[in-house]
Design a protein around this ligand. Structure first.
Ligand code: NDP
Length: 249
């Protein structure tokens, strides 16, 4: 790994980074020189991904964590601090969908998405901000969704959680600017991962027809936006960057 990279020696924690967008974000941050913490609910996937990325020449640490459980988050943060003693970048990426039209949505579907996609940001960011505050520097990047900005059929739970994440980020940005900590949102559009593949070819093709750039986004498209916000000189905080191929509704 080149030491002239912009994130040399920084420590980055990426939740839900066993696969999909989180994995691509971890890989991109590693290529910028960061030491990356692969954290995912699935322990086996965590260590497999950490090993695969390390094989490319970077420094990785496998630290599994369920972002809905405070004790699990505390253990992950402890593991990182014991190994590297600092956290410079936090990417709150772990997320799920439980889609249904509003009238058919169960309270369980609502609550699971609010817990995993929104309350998780509270549970993970609070202990990490304590560390960043002492360091007097930090970068927080939250992965929301265009659905949180514009809404989407069948996703009232997901839209509410992701919109909540945007308000959360803007407030953290205000409260922590004086400590040289920035907080921003990347809001992906329609990205090619297991989450969207589960929708099936017909629905995918309908979405792609509506995207002005005429393709699904890739996890790497999202990772590039995250690297911008994670960069040392980014004079940007409290912002939402939509990465959606021009699809705004
Ligand atoms: P994937 O489902 O492909 O990957 C999500 C990862 O998060 C999985 O490894 C999953 O583990 C993990 N995860 C789920 N629940 C938890 C938990 N409680 N604690 C820790 N890890 C957990 O999703 P994507 O990569 O597509 O999505 C990543 C983020 O991007 C999400 O926040 C999503 O909402 C957002 N996003 C995605 C879009 C897309 O088009 N794909 C569009 C807009 C936003 P497991 O293997 O157990 O499921």
């Amino acid at each position: 790994m080149t030491t002239s990279a912009s994130l040399a020696n920084q420590v980055a924690v990426v939740t839900g980074s066993g696969r999909g967008i989180g994995r691509a974000i971890a890989e991109a941050l590693m290529k910028e020189g960061a030491r990356v913490v692969i954290s995912d609910i699935n322990e086996e996937l965590c260590s497999k991904t950490a090993q695969e990325l390390a094989a490319q020449g970077g420094e990785t640490l496998s630290a599994p964590c369920n972002v809905t459980q405070s004790e699990s988050v505390a253990k992950m943060v402890e593991t990182v601090m014991a190994k590297w003693g600092r956290i410079d970048i936090l990417v709150n990426n772990a997320g799920i969908t439980r889609d249904n039209l509003f009238m058919r949505m169960s309270e369980g579907e609502w609550q699971a998405v609010i817990d995993t996609n929104l309350t998780s940001a509270f549970k993970v960011t609070q202990p990490v901000l304590k560390i960043m505050s002492k360091q007097r520097s930090g970068r927080i990047i939250n992965i929301a969704s265009t659905t949180g900005v514009h809404g989407n059929f069948g996703q009232v739970n997901y839209a509410a959680a992701k919109a909540g994440m945007i308000g959360f980020t803007k407030t953290v940005a205000l409260e922590y600017a004086s400590r040289n900590i920035t907080a921003n949102v990347v809001a992906p559009g329609f990205i090619d991962t297991d989450m969207t593949r589960a929708l099936g070819e017909e629905i995918i093709n309908k979405y792609v027809e509506r995207i002005p750039l005429k393709r699904m986004g890739t996890p790497d498209d999202i990772a590039r936006a995250v690297c911008f916000f994670a960069g040392p000189g980014a004079y940007v905080t409290g912002q939402v960057m939509e990465v959606n191929g021009g699809l705004y509704t």
